[in-house]
Design a protein around this ligand. Structure first.
Ligand SMILES: C[S@@+](CC[C@H](N)C(=O)[O-])C[C@H]1O[C@@H](n2cnc3c(N)ncnc32)[C@H](O)[C@@H]1O
Length: 400
């Protein structure tokens, strides 16, 4: 957000470093600045026209000073294509910036600049602009499309996350029960989501910090658990000093990451010698033939899902991950919980309230309708509906 003070200084600020906070947008795989539906002159735009080299400073969650250059976008067709994306982003249900208007025609004359990032180490240029890393697209420079897609989805799901059926809360209880931390344990909930593990750890008297890459989840955990310290942060770039925690727990997160090994190394770094890293991953339930149809339905519809969309998780060998990262005293167990589902509607709402939503939303609409109706049909033959679910729990100890 541009302050009046900076606007008043206009071009003068090109001569001395100043700090401006402003939202940025991601469109067509690049980073843009765009503001002012009316198109009138404003400070940040004037500054960057005069001094296009500046520092793109990320300060929420991911902290980085990136040398960058701003180039005005003037071609009408290019502007329109980009503004369509910007407006679509602003119009999504979760719009933390609450910027209006969001009709394309109102943005036609807006100030629009493309940001290119220069190699680190070169002169950073005279102006210094601080950008607020909000989650329109949840993507910051250097973040992969896969991570950005995952964070966008979880950001959108935050409000109703783990509220339809107590799936994550149930497994968090089982994981914390297995770990059995003593009161006073200094714990980190990595990829905290709605705070299932945070709640269970606080219930054991732990001192809890929760981090997540999706702003909506961070806001939710902060609201639900005011006792915890909650921060927006990427799992692979933990902003904590070495040896800060006794215990790091991650519930259904590690298999979503681009590079779980990078996150495991970060976890090892922030654990004290003797500290424990534990994570859960989903796994198949044995001996529930009446639910085989559910997995088969996903397999049958998989070919309709574009390659870069669909499921967010990947298979993960938890023991190997821990061993490769240097953890010792490895343990693994499988836990199960049976969810009592009142009716098919509730099951469908649950399927749409967590990660499986990515797959369902990626189906073309005729197949999506078919998928839903076949699922409901199967569920309507069950009375009661009891959904068996399972998770693998892993743990390893960081030795000196
Ligand atoms: C399946 S949810 C599980 C949430 C929670 N741990 C639980 O058990 O309910 C995964 C969470 O990991 C977060 N996440 C995914 N990728 C992440 C990343 N690279 N950095 C930080 N958080 C991430 C998502 O925003 C989401 O809240």
């Amino acid at each position: 957000m541009l302050s009046e003070e900076v606007a008043a200084h206009g071009l003068e600020v090109g001569c001395r470093p100043r700090r401006i906070e402003i939202f940025f947008d991601r469109a067509a795989g690049a980073t843009y600045l765009c503001s002012g539906a009316g198109g009138a002159a404003t400070g940040w735009h004037a500054i960057l026209l005069a001094t296009p080299d500046f520092t793109f400073h990320l300060k929420n969650g991911i902290r980085a000073d990136l040398p960058a250059r701003a180039t005005p976008v003037t071609d009408p067709a290019e502007r329109r294509a980009l503004l369509v994306e910007v407006v679509a982003d602003l119009s999504q249900p979760h719009d933390p910036g609450t910027i209006r208007p969001t009709r394309l025609e109102d943005w036609a004359d807006s100030r629009l600049m493309c940001i290119s990032f220069r190699p680190l180490g070169r002169d950073r240029g005279p102006s210094r602009i601080y950008f607020r890393a909000v989650c329109w697209g949840c993507q910051t420079p250097g973040m992969s499309e896969h991570t950005a897609r995952a964070l966008r989805l979880f950001d959108e799901l935050a409000a109703g996350y783990d509220e339809v059926l107590p799936f994550f809360r149930g497994f968090a209880g089982l994981q914390v029960g297995w770990l059995d931390p003593v009161a006073g344990t200094v714990a980190l909930d990595l990829g905290a989501g709605g705070g299932a593990l945070t709640g269970a750890l606080l219930g054991r008297g732990c001192v809890v910090t929760a981090v997540d890459g999706a702003p909506g989840m961070v806001a939710k955990v902060a609201r639900l658990y005011p006792e915890a310290e909650v921060r927006l942060m990427e799992a692979g770039r933990l902003e904590f000093a070495d040896a800060s925690f006794d215990l790091v727990c991650a519930g259904f997160v590690m298999h979503l990451l681009d590079d779980p090994a990078v996150a495991a190394a970060e976890v090892r770094r922030v654990l004290r010698p003797g500290g424990v890293f534990s994570f859960s991953t989903p796994c198949a339930v044995e001996d529930a033939p009446e639910w085989d149809f559910y997995g088969e339905l996903f397999r049958e519809y998989q070919p309709y899902v574009p390659e870069e969309k669909g499921r967010l998780g990947r298979p993960l060998d938890g023991e190997k991950l821990l061993a490769d990262a240097g953890f010792q005293f490895l343990e693994e167990t499988v836990v199960e919980q049976r969810l009592a589902v009142p009716d098919p509607d509730t099951f469908w709402n649950w399927a749409m309230s967590h990660g499986s939503r990515a797959f369902i939303d990626a189906l073309p609409s005729p197949q999506r309708e078919e998928f839903e109706s076949r699922l409901r049909q199967e569920l309507s033959t069950m009375n009661p509906i009891t959904h068996p679910t399972a998770a693998t729990l892993n743990r390893g100890t960081r030795m000196p």
